[in-house]
Design a protein around this ligand. Structure first.
Ligand code: 2BA
Length: 109
C-alpha cells in the first residue's frame, strides 16, 4: 500500500474530492498553509493500493491546475514589520505537490 500526501490548491479541492469519492477512494483532508505564500491550501492523505496509484494520479492531474500568482516579496530585513513593501514577483503555484510513501502496515479497528 502507498500513502499519498498531496498538497492541493484550495480552488481545486472540491472537484478532486468529488472525483475521489466517486472513484471509491478513502482519504483525509487537512487544512494547511503554504510556507512561502502563507495562503491556505489543502493537504490530502490518501491511502491507496499500489494497483490504484496511477488512477489516483490521473484524477489529481485532471482536477488540479497550475496557476500564476503575483505576490509581493518583502526584503528579509523588513518582514517583521508586515508592511506591504516589496517587489512584485510571479510564481507558478501547483496544481498539486504529491509525495508518495510506502506504507508498512495498515490496521483498521
Ligand atoms: P507555498 O509554499 O505557499 O508556495 C507557493 C508557490 O510559491 C510554489 O508553488 C512555488 O512556485 C513558489 N515558491 C515556494 N517557495 C519558493 C521559494 N523559496 N522561492 C521562490 N518561489 C517559491 P508549488 O511548488 O506548486 O507549491 C504549492 C504548495 O505546495 C506550497 O505552497 C506548499 O504548501 C506545498 N509544497 C511545495 N513544495 C513542497 C515541499 N517540498 N514540501 C512540502 N510542501 C511543499
Amino acid at each position: 500500500m502507498k500513502l499519498l500526501i498531496a498538497v492541493i490548491n484550495r480552488r481545486d479541492d472540491r472537484h478532486l474530492r468529488d472525483a475521489l469519492i466517486e472513484g471509491g477512494f478513502r482519504f483525509t483532508e487537512v487544512s494547511s498553509t503554504g510556507g512561502f505564500l502563507r495562503e491556505g491550501n489543502v493537504t490530502m492523505l490518501i491511502g491507496v493500493e499500489e494497483a490504484d496509484l496511477e488512477r489516483i494520479l490521473s484524477l489529481i492531474r485532471e482536477h488540479c491546475h497550475a496557476r500564476e500568482e503575483v505576490v509581493n516579496v518583502a526584503p528579509p530585513d523588513t518582514r517583521l514589520y508586515a508592511a506591504p513593501i516589496g517587489e512584485p514577483m510571479t510564481v507558478q503555484v501547483g496544481g498539486a505537490q504529491v509525495f508518495i510513501l510506502d506504507v508498512e502496515r495498515v490496521v483498521r479497528i
